[in-house]
Write a protein that binds this ligand. Structure first.
Ligand SMILES: [Zn+2]
Length: 177
């Protein structure tokens, strides 16, 4: 059961390596936010959203349609203006990949009944046949420890290495993003 923090770390690491030229912090941070965004559906728990609702956990916000909308919105809001014009398509691709890492990691976990990848067009829930993350017999603490070693720490190290090796910047250099 990857936590939003682990998802964000994976998105950050991906953006640290996927940008052309020195990674910019803004792309890394927005990619991290995109990777964690699907779990915004957690606000449904205190609101007692029904399990079969489109707004239940791992339903609409874990769909490909939500990812497309989220990437479009994030690209428009955070990467408008001439400074980003040259690399906007690549940034959108990075943000899309960040979203997809969330869906893939959740699909690899045994937690819940699966994800509604195709919502709102289909309410079918899916997960991968191989679900190494989490165990239906393991406690929450055990799952969090496993996830920290398998997902969170590697992502943090890979992201940190990306910034160190590739030289982080605050803005895109000319046409290179
Ligand atoms: Zn999730």
């Amino acid at each position: 059961m990857p936590t939003p923090i682990s998802h964000a770390a994976v998105g950050f690491a991906l953006a640290a390596w996927a940008q052309q030229g020195a990674p910019t912090r803004r792309v890394c941070i927005v990619a991290a936010a995109c990777a964690a965004t699907p779990d915004i559906d957690a606000i449904g728990w205190p609101l007692h959203v029904a399990n079969d609702s489109l707004f239940a956990h791992r339903a609409l916000t874990h769909s490909l349609a939500f990812a497309v909308l989220g990437v479009a919105l994030a690209t428009i809001v955070f990467f408008h203006g001439p400074m980003w014009r040259q690399g906007r398509a690549r940034i959108a691709g990075i943000l899309a990949a960040a979203f997809l890492t969330h869906l893939c990691l959740d699909g690899l976990s045994s937690y819940s009944l699966g994800l509604e990848f195709l919502a709102p067009f289909s309410r079918q829930r899916y997960r991968f046949l191989w679900t190494p993350l989490g165990s239906v017999h393991g406690g929450l603490a055990g799952q969090l420890v496993q996830e920290a070693f398998v997902v969170l720490l590697p992502a943090l190290v890979i992201g940190w290495l990306g910034l160190r090796v590739r030289g982080a910047g605050v803005a895109p250099r000319a046409a290179a993003v």
